[in-house]
Unconditional design. Structure first.
Length: 310
């Protein structure tokens, strides 16, 4: 069970709560396009809030950090920039532009179609994404927006990668070879910090351009899986009707099955009841491992995850 997320940003009290949505369609064209609605609006923090310091988590180096998709999907690609000052994200600008540099939020026909189809549109939900990142400082602490699930997972994944760049003070533009064929190899991601005695370790194996194995787990300092913690599993069964010994294998099996489809994306995996927070962490990290496999980068990804003080 994940620890309570720490809110470390500004304007926290002004943030409108984002509602978890059951709708997973935010584009009538394709799943790839679903992940790329955006706006050029820059969100700035204006109200300081005193909050608890994290026991562990990102220390961000001041600077401007940029991520760009290299390939256009249905005529658009993501560009995303954050500004860090005083160790805090003070502006977030997630956008989706065509070759002329025009934002999809300016496409009136598209926005009208999305309102009719999903009850939401880029001109409305993308400002919510940007505001939430500035307020929360932690992509995992942001809830999915109804009618924009695919776009949200893309935003959350890329925000996490920008934060990792800011931790290292690396201002080189992150290039995402979106839609590229997966390169064969083993790709690994690990959390650095333990939360309630456990951290995430996650690897995927790619063969013939397909994900053939997924090994997501939560392990303690001895390398023991949370699946094997009988007391914890019993407690979670009583409290939530689910437990790691059940949902962790389900995550892995569903991921491999979903990615067997050429149009498959992790965000299309059905949310597992009683394991919502763990599921969204799983999807966030799965998206990043796919980006690594698209580039053929087998270096272990280290995530300096937020851990709240007890």
């Amino acid at each position: 069970m994940k620890a309570k997320k720490l809110v470390t940003g500004f304007a926290v009290l002004a943030l409108t709560t984002l509602v978890l949505g059951a709708c997973s369609s935010d584009d009538s064209n394709s799943s790839a396009d679903n992940s790329t609605e955006a706006t050029s609006e820059v969100v700035e923090s204006t109200e300081e809030t005193i909050v608890e310091e994290p026991a562990a988590g990102p220390v961000l180096v001041d600077g401007t950090y940029t991520l760009e998709e290299q390939n256009y999907s249905n005529d658009y690609r993501v560009v995303f920039t954050i500004d860090v000052e005083g160790g805090q994200i003070v502006t977030s600008m997630y956008d989706n532009v065509n070759e002329a540099g025009e934002s999809k939020t300016e496409n009136e026909d598209y926005n009208t179609m999305m309102e009719d189809k999903a009850g939401n549109s880029p001109e409305k939900f993308i400002p919510e994404f940007n505001e939430a990142l500035v307020a929360q400082q932690d992509p995992e602490a942001i809830e999915v927006v109804s009618g924009a699930t695919h776009s949200f997972h893309s935003f959350q994944n890329y925000a996490q990668q920008l934060i990792q760049a800011a931790q290292a003070g690396n201002t080189e533009t992150i290039e995402i070879d979106n839609g590229a064929e997966l390169k064969d190899g083993t790709y690994t991601l690990e959390q650095e910090n333990y939360s309630n005695g456990y951290r995430v370790v996650f690897s995927i194996d790619v063969e013939g351009g397909k994900i053939v194995a997924s090994n997501y787990d939560n392990v303690n300092e001895a390398g023991e899986s949370k699946k094997d913690d009988e007391n914890y599993n019993e407690m979670m069964e009583d409290k939530a009707g689910n437990s790691p010994e059940k949902f962790i294998p389900e995550f892995n099996e569903s991921f491999v099955a979903q990615m067997a489809d050429e149009e498959g994306v992790p965000g299309d995996i059905e949310v597992v009841s009683g394991a919502t927070h763990s599921f969204h962490t799983f999807v966030l990290y799965a998206e990043q491992l796919i980006n690594a496999a698209e580039k053929g980068d087998t270096a272990t990804i280290t995530v300096d995850n937020f851990v709240a003080q007890n």
